[in-house]
Design a protein around this ligand. Structure first.
Ligand SMILES: [Ca+2]
Ligand SMILES: [Ca+2]
Ligand SMILES: [Ca+2]
Length: 460
């Protein structure tokens, strides 16, 4: 019973398949919807559409200035000897740049378009056969191939798509006896134009190192932005508890560079070019860049800002992180310290003329705004992470365990310190606490062994 039922279901599904493929795009000349008489139709990029199955222009494949091919066809026609059609479109998004009148008859005469076609907001084509060419019959006859440039992109703000159609109107077809060929349908070319969601990220995602004092550079990237007029971003780094306890930090911002090729200073109001505020601990950079004029707006993918950080010692005064010794495996591990380099908040403004009324709109991103998955007007983003991962036994922070480190710990051999009481400790040796690597309360041969056992070790 069960298997019979299954076979029946499969048969039903197989029967449904051709039906659903008719509902989807159709591809002349091989695939043409059946109609009881003659009809005109439009294809976009080679496919026919319906009001429910629209052609999707999607960024970045279709973008400012890319080409779109639109064809006009007549279907299921007998003894065609002349035709006339007009086609209109959304001139905000598409500009007609070229057209080709197809040869339907060996001898034909073009009435429209005139050679002095002036780029009016619709295209008008009227062509007749000329003797000795006979009337033409066929299932699918191409009449014109039109090339459009995409004139405008769609911004990623709600709504994040626009739609429209290449609209056929004032259609006429005549046979060789001048009789009107009845038309039972016209299929316009329906389209939707989808915006791409911009993305902001810091590259590389991760920096791990074990040397204090060196610098490294991270790049703030902007990906897939359309019609950008300004950008603001606020980046923070923190995250190690020691930072909060003692005002110590892992990173200091040494330098920032703005991409002036993409954001040319000369075309910006110098006064509003860059505003940078740095916290006293250098744990924060805020940059806001704004164009005073409306154009040029910025499209595409580019690096926005380079940040050069200096790695600092997160442990006070050359102090040492916590060590752990596994008594079974005899492995010595050392605490590391890390901080996110966090995109706290940011926004682009983009100029979206299709908005009613035309307006500048904000696209937000950053941790401050929480989860906006799938929401419009919100860019995806990703920050980075920095980890200081010291080499066990490296007391100088230079990434190598060598004689210097051994001399330091050996020099403290047999020193004791008193951590009782409260800050400031009376014992002038209290700072030795940081070199009590195994937390035993005094510096003895065990601590020296920790360094000696790692002698020669370097950054992984
Ligand atoms: Ca129409
Ligand atoms: Ca060292
Ligand atoms: Ca010790």
């Amino acid at each position: 019973m069960k298997s019979k039922y299954l076979v029946g279901t499969l048969l039903c599904l197989m029967l449904l398949l051709p039906i659903s493929s008719v509902a989807a795009f159709w591809h002349p000349p091989d695939e043409v919807p059946e109609e009881p008489c003659s009809w005109f139709g439009v294809t976009i990029e080679g496919v026919g559409t319906t009001a429910t199955e629209k052609f999707n222009f999607t960024e970045p494949e279709y973008h400012f200035c890319s080409d779109v091919t639109v064809e006009v066809w007549i279907f299921n026609v007998e003894d065609l000897y002349g035709y006339d059609f007009k086609l209109s479109w959304d001139t905000y998004y598409f500009a007609l740049v070229d057209w080709q009148i197809e040869e339907v008859w060996e001898e034909q005469f073009v009435i429209r378009p005139l050679p002095t076609y002036d780029g009016s907001p619709w295209y008008h084509q009227a062509v007749i056969g000329v003797a000795p060419s006979p009337g033409v019959s066929g299932e699918a006859i191409k009449l014109a191939t039109l090339t459009f440039h995409i004139e405008n992109d769609v911004c990623w703000v709600a709504p994040n798509y626009v739609d429209g159609k290449f609209n056929l109107f004032e259609l006429e077809a005549r046979d060789s006896c001048t009789g009107l060929i009845p038309l039972c349908d016209e299929k316009d070319g329906y389209w939707e134009f989808w915006a791409m969601q911009p993305n902001v990220y810091i590259d590389p995602e991760e920096e791990i190192n074990c040397v204090v004092g060196e610098t490294f550079t991270m790049t703030v990237m902007v990906e897939d932005i359309v019609k950008m007029k300004s950008i603001g971003i606020d980046i923070w780094w923190y995250g190690h508890t020691i930072l909060y306890l003692d005002g110590r930090e892992l990173l200091n911002l040494e330098e920032y560079v703005i991409n002036e090729e993409v954001l040319p200073k000369a075309e910006w109001d110098p006064a509003s070019y860059i505003v940078v505020t740095e916290g006293t601990l250098s744990s924060h950079i805020e940059v806001y860049i704004k164009m005073d004029c409306d154009f040029p707006l910025i499209n595409g993918t580019f690096w926005f800002m380079e940040l050069t950080f200096k790695k600092k010692d997160p442990w006070y005064c050359g102090g040492q992180p916590q060590y752990e010794i596994d008594t079974e495996t005899h492995e010595i591990t050392v605490e590391n310290a890390s901080t996110p380099i966090q995109i706290w908040m940011g926004a682009f403004d983009v100029v979206c003329n299709y908005m009613q009324p035309p307006s500048v709109d904000w696209i937000y991103f950053g941790d401050l705004y929480g989860d906006h998955t799938g929401c419009c007007g919100y860019a995806t983003y990703k920050g980075a992470m920095y980890t200081f991962d010291p080499v066990p036994g490296d007391l100088t922070g230079d990434g190598v365990v060598d004689l210097d480190d051994l001399m330091i710990i050996a020099g403290m051999y047999c020193n004791n310190f008193d951590l009782t009481g409260s800050w400031p400790y009376n014992d002038p040796n209290f700072w030795l606490y940081y070199y009590d690597l195994n937390d035993s309360g005094h510096i003895d041969i065990s601590d020296v062994i920790i360094v000696a056992k790692n002698f020669g070790a370097t950054c992984h």
